[in-house]
Design a protein around this ligand. Structure first.
Ligand SMILES: *Cc1c(COP(=O)(O)O)cnc(C)c1O
Ligand SMILES: [Zn+2]
Length: 381
């Protein structure tokens, strides 16, 4: 099985060994379809990591490249919010080797880069993608350069340097950091291991869907809440659910509710007016640094996925984030501000659906909802 990339715009196929980060036409790359399977009798006997679904991941069946790199990522617990809310389920994605869901995507991406002979990876990040990449790159024996906005949590910066990566702190906003890394890539300083552009990342995040299917014994949730900056969890999960659907394991994909931060919400702005593409916005500031993406490159794909599931986009109000963080902590979950924003967004959705005249896709009071807790509180200030 040889995996190819396919351009979202012109349809041209590229071999990953080209090390392209986007099509020469400017289009975004996706992984072209390949044959997958879910041998659940075997899967059930395997360790509780995302690699139990390896027949659905883009590796030849006898590939062992990932075995040297895995830190045991995936198969995170699903826990009720509290005993009064048995159908509001939290998938505790911060229980990951580097304390965020980014490990799903990075583990696959670094294994593929290693197999291609890459010796140095570069990425830009608001924090967690960088901490994850620096850990796995170091384990793989690769050099690593991480570009972060100057405002990134000092704890995340420390975590990145602890793994031996070089940190470039870029003045200005997240977009300035994105520009700086592209300059480095264009001058051939290394392989762009981007969680936004590299399609292998989404092959890792799709395991989020497989786990939900397996952990709930196929009793699918009605609603899935996602934080959305660049959409790397939402899109990966969407691809994963599509694969379960095509494999006949589920009959429909749950409704996706995307949460953006008030102050930086291009997807929400597009959704409000029914648009299929999002215009860049000006980031007017938010505590939710992990979803403050003013111009998400995969905006069209994110909106497609939301519309296709009958979903909705909500913005988490600024003043509700800190109370949401305290509320989660009171129930035993210590999360970073971006994750508090996800929960605040969910609460806001409930409030608006309750008050609306029926133009919000509502859900039954006993609907089963899954909210990911993507990042650990200990990483933030
Ligand atoms: C990366 C990240 C997000 C947002 O992911 P996107 O791919 O940008 O949508 C949300 N929460 C946490 C904790 C993250 O690390
Ligand atoms: Zn193209």
């Amino acid at each position: 099985m040889d995996i190819h990339f396919v351009c979202h715009d012109c349809g041209k196929k590229h071999h990953p060994r080209s090390l392209l980060w986007r099509c020469p036409c400017g289009g975004l790359l996706d992984v072209d379809q390949f044959t997958i399977s879910f041998p659940f009798d075997e899967i059930k006997k395997r360790p509780a990591t995302m690699w139990r679904y390896r027949e659905a991941l883009p590796f030849v069946s006898d590939s062992t490249v990932w075995e040297a790199l895995t830190l045991g990522e995936g198969y995170t617990p699903i826990v009720p919010l509290d005993s009064k809310s048995p159908n509001i389920l939290l998938k505790v994605e911060y229980m990951m080797p580097t304390l965020s869901f980014k490990d799903r995507g990075v583990a696959v991406l670094v294994a593929k880069a290693k197999a291609l002979g890459v010796t140095k990876v570069i990425a830009d990040s608001s924090g967690n993608a960088g901490t994850s990449l620096s850990a796995y790159a170091s384990r793989a024996g690769m050099k690593c350069d991480i570009y972060v906005p100057e405002s990134t949590s000092p704890k995340k910066v420390l975590q990145i340097s602890a793994h031996g990566a070089t940190v470039h702190r870029i003045p200005g906003n997240r977009e300035a950091t994105a520009h700086a890394v592209i300059e480095a890539i264009e001058s051939n300083q290394g392989f762009y291991a981007s969680h936004v552009y590299n399609p292998f990342f989404y092959q890792g995040t799709k395991t989020y869907a497989f786990e939900i299917f397996e952990q709930l014994n196929g009793e699918m949730p009605d609603v899935l809440v996602f934080p959305v900056g660049n959409g790397s969890l939402l899109l990966g999960a969407y691809y994963g659910f599509q694969e379960l659907l095509h494999g006949g394991m589920i009959v429909k994909i749950p409704r996706f509710i995307a949460v953006q931060a008030e102050g930086c919400a291009p997807i929400a702005q597009a959704f409000r007016t029914g648009k299929k593409t999002a215009e860049p916005v000006v980031n007017t500031g938010t505590a939710a640094e992990g979803i403050a993406i003013a111009a998400p490159a995969r905006h069209r794909q994110i909106l497609d996925a939301i519309y296709a599931t009958g979903g909705f986009v909500i913005t988490a109000p600024k003043e509700k984030m800190e109370p949401a963080r305290r509320e989660l902590a009171s129930k035993g979950f210590y999360v970073e501000p971006t994750t508090a924003a996800t929960y605040a967004g969910f609460l806001e959705y409930l409030a608006q659906a309750h008050n609306s005249t029926g133009n919000l896709p509502g859900f039954e009071p006993d609907a089963k909802v899954i909210i990911p807790l993507c990042g650990a509180g200990i990483k933030a200030n």
